[in-house]
Design a binder for this molecule. Structure first.
Ligand SMILES: [Fe+2]
Length: 269
């Protein structure tokens, strides 16, 4: 299968097209650890689909839901298997791995003690989602508390939370207290319905989006991810898309991946 290989191209904004290399910090490609990829065959399909969407680096995420989470060792093995699949199939894709953590009051302890709970080399960014019982005030307070402790929560798919849908400006409140805001690119083309689509639009229009991700759970998510990226480029410009899918994700990652060998493995480092 012919797959795009962008490593030889200059990674910079182009005026002509939106199809520059991208970093996807949120994708459930690990085989058989959560509700993402079911098995190794699907993990391979997902990586191939990502490459077709011009993604050159995936941060493989695993849900962390307080007590209901796979063991770190299980995630480590799944990540090693994912790298093996990438190598065996010569995919021009670099990889990292971290939790996507569902917020709970004691989460700070997890961030202090578990390396894989944080995203990227700098070990201060954490992918955070909220449960349905979290409201506007408690979310902003949580972000502020984490920031005071030196962490930078990256709020995943804010457009899917009711408290953001009813008050989209809360994305700006969380941002001003130290969070980064990372909608799913798929939301812009209606993957989660009209309310999430409208909310994602308000977030980006008001300048509150810092990064975009796929939150892929199956290979076909990447078609919608690419459609969402194209929509953003057309409506808001290539320059913004470049910020959201390359510059800021690389900042969170702590480096600009240079080749398919430029992994960040939190289980090794
Ligand atoms: Fe996710």
């Amino acid at each position: 299968m012919a797959l795009f290989n962008f490593w030889h191209k200059k990674k910079e904004e182009t005026k002509e097209e939106e199809l520059f290399p991208k970093v996807d910090l949120h994708a459930h490609i690990l085989p058989d650890v959560d509700d993402g990829s079911k098995d190794e065959a699907m993990t391979l399909e997902m990586m191939e689909a990502a490459l077709k969407a011009y993604v050159v680096h995936i941060n493989a995420t695993a849900h962390h839901r307080n007590s209901l989470s796979p063991e770190v060792e299980v995630i480590g093995k799944a990540f090693a298997k994912t790298k093996e699949l990438r190598d065996k199939n010569l995919l021009p894709l670099s990889l990292s791995c971290s939790f996507e953590t569902e917020f709970y009051p004691e989460v700070e302890e997890l961030f202090k003690t578990c390396r894989v709970s944080l995203t990227g080399k700098g070990q201060k960014y954490a992918l955070v989602e909220f449960t349905a019982d979290v409201n506007r005030q408690s979310a902003v307070a949580a972000v502020f508390q984490l920031s005071l402790s030196g962490f930078r929560p990256v709020i995943v798919h804010p457009e899917r939370f009711y408290f953001v849908q009813s008050h989209p400006e809360v994305a700006g409140e969380m941002q001003s207290r130290g969070a980064l805001i990372m909608p799913n690119a798929t939301s812009f083309v209606g993957h989660y319905g009209i309310t999430a689509m409208d909310t994602a639009e308000k977030i980006i229009k008001d300048g509150f989006a810092d990064a975009l991700a796929s939150d892929a759970h199956r290979p076909d998510y990447y078609e919608q991810y690419l459609a969402g990226c194209k929509y953003v480029a057309k409506k808001y410009g290539n320059s913004l898309l470049y910020e959201l899918t390359w510059k800021t994700p690389c900042k969170i990652l702590g480096y600009e991946p240079e080749s398919e060998h430029d992994d960040f493995d939190p289980f090794e480092n």
